[in-house]
Design a protein around this ligand. Structure first.
Ligand SMILES: Nc1ncnc2c1ncn2[C@@H]1O[C@H](COP(=O)(O)OP(=O)(O)OP(=O)(O)O)[C@@H](O)[C@H]1O
Length: 263
């Protein structure tokens, strides 16, 4: 479904600011996989999502969706494949537009022609139905400006918008990190139900290890531009936060040992 094949990305190569963000990363996701991604700061998690979304070009390696290379696909073409929710609740929605206008925009994602914000009755009914599922009462507020919503409400709406057009891949980039624990829980719950309902192939970056263990059917851990741990469902179910930390320390120690040996 999604194949990342030996992808490398270095920022500012050959300068003092050189940063190897992805170091020969390979990853294959099957249809419907829900993979949580954890790792230290600067491990390359966001860069991984950015190269899938086409926001950053790879230096080498290839990226295939449905066995088709998307490296040279135009932005708007790739947009039809990808839904994305960012950490910042302000990033996924247009604050000056109403809820229904935002949803109408989301529906047009991946299409080449200009935006039309007109909302037909049929569409409004669909929007209402989808909003009911969020259980936030937003279906009563279709004409409210999105800028008036709370962070949690905006993230829930962003999630709905990102999944609206049944993207082939849903990318969640610490999308609950800016929310208080109660709202974060709500958005996590909504995420699970949207992903399960629409059987979306999903990558979710999080710094919350407990959340990373609680959702999804696979977990990967990144460190210094590499995937250092890849837990399939059965192993993930048995894993604990303490166990993850121990794995991290062990693998990190091993990586340092290797380097010391090579040096
Ligand atoms: N646009 C950019 N320009 C230059 N360097 C970048 C850019 N984006 C990322 N990097 C560098 O690439 C490396 C990986 O960054 P990335 O943001 O992918 O890590 P991350 O795992 O998402 O980290 P965090 O958990 O802190 O968000 C870091 O060293 C970072 O400084």
């Amino acid at each position: 479904m999604l194949t990342i094949d030996h992808v490398t990305k270095t920022f500012f190569p050959g300068t003092v600011n050189e940063r190897v963000a992805l170091n020969d990363v390979s990853l294959h996701l099957d249809e419907g996989d829900f993979v949580t991604v954890i790792g230290s700061n600067g491990a390359g998690k966001s860069t991984l999502l950015n190269i899938i979304a086409g926001k950053i070009a790879v230096d080498s390696g290839d990226l295939l969706i449905d066995e088709r290379s998307v490296k040279r696909m135009k932005d708007y073409q790739r947009a039809a494949y990808i839904g994305r929710v960012f950490q910042d609740p302000m990033a996924g929605t247009a604050p000056d537009l109403t809820i229904e206008q935002n949803l109408a925009l989301a529906l047009r994602r991946g299409q080449r022609r200009g935006f039309r914000l007109g909302v037909t009755r049929a569409r409004r009914e669909r929007f209402q139905q989808e909003l009911v599922a969020l259980e936030l009462g937003l279906e009563q507020r279709l004409k409210a400006r999105v800028g008036l919503l709370s962070g949690g409400q905006r993230q829930a709406l962003s999630l709905l918008m990102a999944s609206f057009t049944q993207p082939r891949i849903l990318l969640l980039d610490e999308h609950t990190a800016a929310l208080d624990p109660q709202r974060a829980d709500l958005v996590t719950r909504l995420t699970k139900s949207v992903v399960e309902r629409d059987k979306l192939t999903t990558l979710m970056v999080t710094h919350n290890m407990e959340q990373a263990l609680r959702v999804g059917n696979r977990l990967i851990m990144m460190h210094e531009g590499r995937i250092i741990l890849d837990l399939p469902e059965a192993e993930k179910q048995k894993m604990t936060v303490a166990g993850l930390l121990a794995e991290f320390a062990k693998i990190k120690g091993a990586a340092l040992d290797d380097r010391a040996m090579l040096g």
